[in-house]
Design a protein around this ligand. Structure first.
Ligand SMILES: O=C[C@H](O)COP(=O)(O)O
Length: 250
């Protein structure tokens, strides 16, 4: 039985006071038994957020990391630094990083390994562009990205990965994939993991849907056989909306 996971990806939003006010507002509410609740925030918010969620079941994640432990990489943050702060999760390979910051399948894989070296759980994003969907390449794109991300992972590591299937055309556009379409792709990703490892590993991996998820549609996604949660951008920024998302994942 996989524990559903709702992760808010705040992207480049919120100052430290805004972030800690948010936690005060959702404490005790965005905490639902049987649902994991994770806030992935900008680096600058992480120390204050780790402190603010103490005594709650809410976990904190980063939105990126560098694959090296340390070194001459101006402006970068390593997994070692994140672990030192008390962060539990890290988003890797979000489409915005692939599009604007030259993230590749190879760097995604290196970052997944860096996450495990530092005892962080990676939330690995995969998903197709609109033109790829229209060309019928959705599954092929997801296959290439998934296989690259998992390369070299041991079975026990693979089982802990959270995959977020985010069709790029659905991100921040209000155009969500239907729950059935998302479930079909996610079930396909699970069969890929079965082929890479085995059925029990694939059954342990949690696979989220992401792309215009909101309180009004989260229950429909969660009702699907293979969807284990959501990676949510815009609708995770307001406390009431975030609480409703976590409640909707029950
Ligand atoms: O990481 C989250 C996704 O990019 C989805 O963003 P969105 O919920 O604003 O569409």
């Amino acid at each position: 039985m996989r524990t559903p996971i709702i992760a808010g990806n705040w992207k480049m939003f919120k100052t430290v006071p805004e972030a800690t006010d948010f936690i005060q507002s959702v404490k005790g509410k965005a905490e639902v038994e049987g649902v994991e609740s994770v806030i992935c925030a900008p680096f600058t918010n992480l120390p204050a957020l780790v402190e603010a969620v103490k005594g709650t079941s809410i976990k904190i994640g980063a939105q990126n990391l560098h694959f090296a432990e340390d070194g001459a990489y101006t402006g970068e943050i390593s997994g070692r630094m994140l672990k030192d702060l008390g962060v539990d999760y890290v988003i890797i390979g979000h489409s915005e990083r692939r599009q604007y910051f030259a993230e590749t399948d190879e760097t995604v894989n290196k970052k997944v390994h860096a996450a495990f070296r530092n005892d962080l759980i990676p939330i690995v994003c995969v998903g197709e562009k609109l033109e790829e969907r229209e060309a019928g390449q959705t599954k092929e794109v997801c296959k290439v990205q998934t296989e690259a991300a998992f390369a070299g992972l041991a079975k026990d590591q693979a089982a802990q990965v959270v995959v977020a299937y985010e069709p790029i055309w659905a991100i921040g556009t209000g155009k969500s994939s239907t729950a059935q379409d998302a479930n079909e792709v996610i079930a396909y990703i699970r069969t890929l993991i079965t082929e890479l490892y085995d059925e029990s590993t694939a059954n342990a991996v949690r696979i989220q849907y992401g792309g215009s998820v909101k309180p009004e549609n989260v229950t429909e996604y969660m009702g699907q056989s293979d969807i284990d949660g959501a990676l949510v951008g815009g609708a995770s920024l307001q406390p009431d909306s975030y609480i409703a998302l976590v409640e909707g994942a029950k």
